[in-house]
Design a protein around this ligand. Structure first.
Ligand SMILES: N[C@@H](CCC(=O)N[C@@H](CS)C(=O)NCC(=O)O)C(=O)O
Length: 236
């Protein structure tokens, strides 16, 4: 059984989408990051980095449960555990890793900073916003160009698609529309229709609708997120 410590954000969705796609049984422990649950000692004992998601695998065949943080590492572990969504041949595996790292090192951090500076900070600094949104736009262009020639990022649908999808899906929140990227948009829509993906992003918080611009009080969430960033500065 997998214990999943998460909340409704792109990095959290990466883990829950993977678990749903792989049909691995799991229990969700909701971590309220706005309230600072991730800074509490009990959570820091699971992840000293104070970030969701975390999984604990109580049935990995050893006496000691496995505790794992970092969403990319979690996805690789789960894919290897179930033998799906990560090719076993070195070439296919390397290519999936490549696009997974593209999300971990590019899409995620750049969209994260675009969110912070365009939505959360009360001071709107045009050069900084342009820098991060411009970088997100450039990365979207790279994905779009690749998806013009490929149905999915690598061969069949894989954890690389799940990881990038979970982030690109909130392009509204980062302030970078995908209208000029038809192939990226096609891929977003196709993956968004998968039942396991829909189940993986479903929760009662309404965050999914908010972050994707479908409904909700955008200003209130942006303000709460700014408090979260400030809380992090004070705590750390
Ligand atoms: N590199 C980490 C990043 C995790 C991360 O930043 N999680 C965010 C939510 S998407 C979080 O826990 N934020 C809480 C905070 O900033 O205090 C991963 O991929 O798991």
């Amino acid at each position: 059984m997998i214990e999943l410590y998460t909340c409704s954000t792109p990095n959290g969705w990466k883990a829950s989408i993977a678990l749903e796609e792989m049909a691995i049984p799991y229990t969700v422990h909701y971590i309220d990051i706005m309230a600072g649950d991730q800074k509490q000692a009990a959570f820091l004992a699971l992840n000293p980095n104070g970030r969701i998601p975390v999984i604990v695998d109580t049935g990995d065949g050893t006496d000691e449960p496995l505790t794992l943080f970092e969403s990319g590492a979690i996805m690789i572990y789960l894919a290897e555990k179930c033998g799906r969504f990560l090719p076993s041949d070195p070439r296919g595996r390397a290519e999936v890793m490549q696009w997974l790292m593209f999300q971990m090192s590019g899409i995620g951090p750049m969209m994260g900073q675009a969110n912070i500076f365009s939505r959360y900070f009360p001071e709107k600094i045009p050069t900084v916003i342009d820098r991060f949104q411009g970088e997100v736009r450039r990365l979207f262009g790279v994905l779009d160009g690749h998806l013009a020639e490929n149905e999915y990022l690598v061969g069949d649908y894989s954890i690389a698609d799940m990881a990038n999808w979970a982030w690109v899906r909130i392009h509204f929140w980062a302030g970078v529309p995908v209208d000029d990227f038809p192939h990226l948009k096609r891929w977003l829509d196709v993956i968004g229709e998968r039942p396991a993906v829909r189940a993986g992003v479903k929760d009662d918080s309404g965050n999914f609708e908010l972050l994707t611009g479908q409904a909700g009080d955008v200003e209130a969430l942006a303000s709460a997120a700014f408090d979260l960033v400030e809380m992090g500065h004070k705590h750390d």
